[in-house]
Design a protein around this ligand. Sequence first.
Ligand SMILES: C[S@@+](CC[C@H](N)C(=O)[O-])C[C@H]1O[C@@H](n2cnc3c(N)ncnc32)[C@H](O)[C@@H]1O
Length: 536
Amino acid sequence: MEVPVGQNHEQQEFELASVSNLSSSSSAVSLSPAVARFCFDSGVAVLRFHKDSESNEAFHIDLRTAQLFRLSPVESVCICETSETIKEKSYSRGITLQFREEEDSRAFHCALDQWKKEAVLQESGLPNGTLSASKSKFDDKIEASSAKMYFHYYGQLLHQQNMLQDYVRTGTYYAAVIENRADFTGRVVVDVGAGSGILSLFAAQAGAKHVYAVEASEMAEYARKLIAGNPSLGQRITVVKGKIEEVELPEKADILISEPMGTLLVNERMLETYVIARDRFLVPNGKMFPTIGRIHMAPFSDEYLFVEMANKALFWQQQNYYGVDLTPLYGSAFKGYFSQPVVDAFDPRVLVAPAISHVINFTSIKEEELYEVDIPLKFKAAVGGRIHGLACWFDVLFNGSTVQRWLTTAPGAPTTHWYQLRCVLPQPLYVMQGQEITGRLHMIAHHAQSYTLCLTLSAKMWGPGAEQGGILQASSCKFDLKEPYYRMSQPQVYPVAQDQPTHHLVNTQDIQTQSLDEEGSEFLQQPPENLDTGLH
Ligand SMILES: C[S@@+](CC[C@H](N)C(=O)[O-])C[C@H]1O[C@@H](n2cnc3c(N)ncnc32)[C@H](O)[C@@H]1O
């Protein structure tokens, strides 16, 4: 019965069988049918009644004073203060609401509770999204144009759907929450960047006392709608529209839940928001879901990928393109292609050394420590050959009191919408089996909600001079994590020679701990087939 809200996202409409305003004065009105519209009027939450969607308001009530009582499955009465005052006294008035079906009544009650909470938040001087300082930490760090595009993206249902359809992701969150009920039951939860509100609904399913679903984009309105449509859970969820860095909440949280991970874990710089939420809203020693994240890295060899990248720039080697010599731009084009990290799902057999990992503990890391992440690299080649760069992926741990659950994006594990990431070096390195590969991955955050990656890999050169200590061959490149090359092919079939050993260079324990056990596997269905590229 809820009808589309039209252009204005700050309102919500319901169709009713009838409404009667039982005012004692001459202003008594009866509408049959009627449209009830929740909205803000000069910052005050009100409920307006209309004959139909198009007609002018017949009367309205102030939600700050409204109370709704159920008289029967389809009949309710709303008591509120009248604006009429007689000799300084204000009087109550009653409005009878007749619904078409019980379901309609339930959704309306849920929406009224939701809007009343908003009204109270505004009254208590804790309004949604109002700046606590003139400029927020978010605005200080992030370019306005980047933030605008970012929240526009997440404001669209299609992009939320893309994440919801990643069943490995969403199923693991569901399992982590439901299996750790004990961490949610009777607790106050803050959902950091709630999107569609899905994690808030999971938390409510796990028995949360109350969930504050904080979302900065227009998606907050859809979240409200989804939550209102699930009234048994929605009664315990308040959607707060605004940035984590700016909103105020009426109470502290016992547990935070969030999905702040981007490509390579850190893209989008939402981990910083998660940490800010911890510092602003979490009680001391409160829980965080997820609790830690790990970036895994290993050198890889992939001749196909290297040739594909190098060939892209060949276009600029034409000397007679409609009579024009393009070669002056060849070098720049080559550099441009190699500055794009590659996002795709690769076969773990391309890895040439066991992976190392860098741990980020969300419960203790300082926000500033995420501005620059410097990772020393040291590997031992398991096979000889040409190294084309560094392969990276991440996982996160939900350190529940009952079950510890990992969400992994490792190659060889069920594919997620994050896929994996590879930084391809323009100059490959040659290594022998057992040889040491050293280097550094330096990640520097930038104002467009992403990172510049500076990668260096080095290895001693073999051949002439090796006996004298060896000459160091080094290859370096800079990548912009914001501009990846989405190479959305299926995992390639890499021909493996019969005599070539199969390497187990990915920590398979992580994949197992992602728990495809009997209990959890039902949540982790098919990976999505048609993922769009998105921000992650
Ligand atoms: C990766 S999505 C996850 C959405 C949802 N929690 C889920 O799991 O499906 C991240 C969401 O956080 C929101 N977000 C990002 N930064 C935020 C901030 N600083 N304050 C509030 N919301 C933010 C985005 O608009 C987006 O909807």
